[in-house]
Ligand binder design. Structure first.
Ligand SMILES: *Cc1c(COP(=O)(O)O)cnc(C)c1O
Length: 353
């Protein structure tokens, strides 16, 4: 017997990067932060664990207030969720009555959520240089969702250009997914008070060392936040667990640690990019915590497999226009030195360089 509702029979779920269970692996495949959580996070989590017999706070106010401070907005303009994935799912479920439009090459969850929530989706190809041309979005009445910087290219759009998009049709919602914004792009958060049709989504997974805790946020006009709460309280009022709330609050309280790690990732990205360019790779102008690179003498899939054989995990996408690229998360400097050494050896073995 198959009890799955027929409308989900062809649902193609998201494919997460592998989480290999080996200590000696260099894991550069899911854009996690290479550094551990801020020291205060561990203490806060163990303290929260002592009260796990109680439900978590459904208002999530400790984290919401801290985020409101940080972004200089009011708590009514902030929502938090079980990872930004949960928030994106709420967006697809409830804020896309007239359909959605997003880049054909972008975060792999957009088409999955569109299918899951039966939203009509329009995918717009990237320009030949892998940038996003906003013209078709500007003219559309569908809800727009853009990752900025985009994934997996890392290429960012300017605040000025995105503002033009938001302004071009106040009747249409624009969602900016800022999962990677802390690594160099311009945030749209300062504009949410000027535009009712702008929602910014962010995460603690990439720049705040909390991928495993599952914590994301959305910043927007109070009526948009109200809409997200309506969906959340109709599904799971306790969507963020108490240990994660404690972890998030503590992470936000250590801005010095945050900035130190941010700086290290940005510097290591520059080092790795230069080393790849020196080896003959074409590398996009990534403002994220990963690089997107291809070499004309070796296929993406082949390099991916050869690195994997050497216990280095990166991401390869089986998609036409980006088949020759690898997405390489930025690890520690030490990890990236090893990565470059191994790439150099592989190229030599292939008679390149
Ligand atoms: C990683 C990522 C997310 C999801 O982050 P979580 O908060 O871990 O769910 C959302 N959008 C983009 C573009 C991402 O790369």
């Amino acid at each position: 017997m198959n009890f799955l509702d027929a409308k989900f029979a062809s649902l193609a779920p998201y494919t997460p990067g592998e989480q290999p269970n080996l200590k000696e692996v260099i894991k550069l495949n899911t854009n996690e932060n290479p550094f551990p959580p801020a020291p205060g996070v561990i203490t806060a989590v163990s303290k929260a664990a002592q009260n796990l017999q109680l439900y978590s706070d459904p208002t999530c106010h400790t984290v919401i207030e801290k985020l409101a401070d940080l972004f200089d907005v009011s708590p009514e303009e902030v929502f938090v969720g079980n990872g930004s994935d949960e928030i994106l799912s709420f967006c697809f479920q409830g804020l896309m009555e007239h359909g959605v439009i997003y880049p054909q090459i972008s975060y792999g969850f957009y088409p999955v959520y569109a299918q899951l929530h039966q939203v009509v989706a329009q995918e717009v190809p990237l320009a030949a240089d892998l940038t996003i041309d906003l013209t078709s979005y500007q003219e559309s009445d569908k809800t727009v969702i853009i990752a900025n910087p985009n994934a997996p290219t890392g290429i960012a759009l300017s605040r000025e250009r995105l503002t033009q998009l938001v302004e071009s049709n106040p009747e249409r919602l624009v969602i900016i997914d800022e999962a990677y914004v802390d690594f160099g792009a311009e945030s749209m958060v300062p504009l949410i008070q000027a535009f009712d049709n702008l929602l910014v989504v962010g995460t603690f997974s990439k720049s705040r060392q909390l991928a495993g805790a599952r914590l994301g946020y959305a910043i927007g006009n109070p009526s948009l936040i109200q809409a997200l709460n309506q969906l959340k309280f109709s599904l799971n009022p306790y969507n963020v667990n108490s240990m994660t709330l404690a972890a998030g609050r503590a992470a936000l309280e250590d801005q010095v640690y945050f900035e130190k790690c941010q700086k290290a990732v940005i510097e290591t990205r520059a080092f790795t990019k230069q080393a790849l360019v020196d080896l003959g790779f074409a590398v996009t102008d990534s403002q994220a915590n990963f690089l997107f690179a291809k070499h004309e003498k070796i296929a993406g899939n082949e390099l991916f497999t050869k690195l994997r054989d050497r216990n280095i995990f990166v991401r390869w996408f089986d998609k036409d226009s980006i088949r020759d690229y690898l997405r390489i998360s930025i690890g520690t400097k030490e990890q990236m030195v090893t990565f470059i050494e191994q790439v150099t050896q592989i190229l030599k073995e292939n008679g390149v360089a």
